[in-house]
Write a protein of this length. Sequence first.
Length: 469
Amino acid sequence: MVRVRFAPSPTGFLHVGGARTALFNFLFARKEKGKFILRIEDTDLERSEREYEEKLMESLRWLGLLWDEGPDVGGDHGPYRQSERVEIYREHAERLVKEGKAYYVYAYPEEIEEMREKLLSEGKAPHYSQEMFEKFDTPERRREYEEKGLRPAVFFKMPRKDYVLNDVVKGEVVFKTGAIGDFVIMRSNGLPTYNFACVVDDMLMEITHVIRGDDHLSNTLRQLALYEAFEKAPPVFAHVSTILGPDGKKLSKRHGATSVEAFRDMGYLPEALVNYLALLGWSHPEGKELLTLEELISSFSLDRLSPNPAIFDPQKLKWMNGYYLRNMPIEKLAELAKPFFEKAGIKIIDEEYFKKVLEITKERVEVLSEFPEESRFFFEDPAPVEIPEEMKEVFSQLKEELQNVRWTMEEITPVFKKVLKQHGVKPKEFYMTLRRVLTGREEGPELVNIIPLLGKEIFLRRIERSLGG
RNA sequence: UGGGAGGUCGUCUAACGGUAGGACGGCGGACUCUGGAUCCGCUGGUGGAGGUUCGAGUCCUCCCCUCCCAGCCA
């Protein structure tokens, strides 16, 4: 059975890059009838916050990427927060020490940093080995650690040999001998480092596939060595490409919105975001681009992941969002749009009227947040607009003649034509002026849709106000 | 300093060693009020140089550019 995991750190909001990784894991799990597991990697004590954990979950739920095992829903392989698994890591570290595959180090982090800088200044790679730390292991130093309640760090003895990774996306990757030196697996504060915790967890949680960003490709070398030390077969690895900003650098806040939450607040739909993200580094076998979550699940496969980085294109996402908006059932659209009207201070009194407004204006918006301003004239009178002198009589006559007309375009349009012809006014200029009188703007939905919905009373009132009556 | 990944229109992405195509964007047209909707058309690309081959985006070599790891962050 396929078991995959998404393992974010609760150090911020859900980034679209992480969301894309979660999405691929989710799609693969669902396609293979496997399990999608959420694991919280909260060993960075300074940056991790419970509030972020909750926000991450909220965003994943909003996207529709529901997990089968996790801190909230539990499961057979818990706990699902790394901070609750510290004893497990300690035991595994001690096992490696006993087997001679790891060792204690009594150097302070600052001392190690010094060694590192020295190596770099000498033009050498900052690789460590056990001999370098022996001088710190003295009775005085040990006593010191004990008095301060410190634990020695645990370093893993990195075997000096080649490692080969057959990655699903990247193909065969060879890590040459001497690529890295020994590395920390347990810190002096008693918490594990990323690579160690990751391997222990993936092993114990019986993860079959690790689908993650290729920024961790080089970390895989350490993890392969750890699997070997534990005498366990590693999972299948698939390193997906990185999402970059327009400048080719990693996508970050300086490029604009990067979190799922920010896009949600701007009025983007989960359907659109999921669809767009899925196409960054993956393609449908037939080249289809507009795909529901269900279609993504049925067509997804790891072998159609592409290895090159992708630049995030807000314009294509916005276009896609507009498409989903326009093709959504009006009832659902109404529910989703309401919060944006409330925020804009527009009161919705008549539900049916509201739906009709959305039906007309949706042609002209691409995100939910654009609805209020685009349709404000349906709910509030715009400031009166000056009618050009040569058209005042036209509007006066229309005001009179339309009083007793049944309010449909079939009966209204002939009146327009008749009056325009009588006054020798061109349709183009008339309609533009009418548009400004009714909406206060020069652009908007089609007048043939606006007029019936506004109703006779509002139509005539706005003409009257502009006539200065 | 050491190790690893990547490079196809502006962007995303397709192409058994055999026609470089699709989408978004941009430009133009149609839609007889406007237009962010709709329809039609155009524009536009294999980082560079060699090699192998009947034939190279694809295989090989060198060069260039970009990204990632070597944190007691993840």
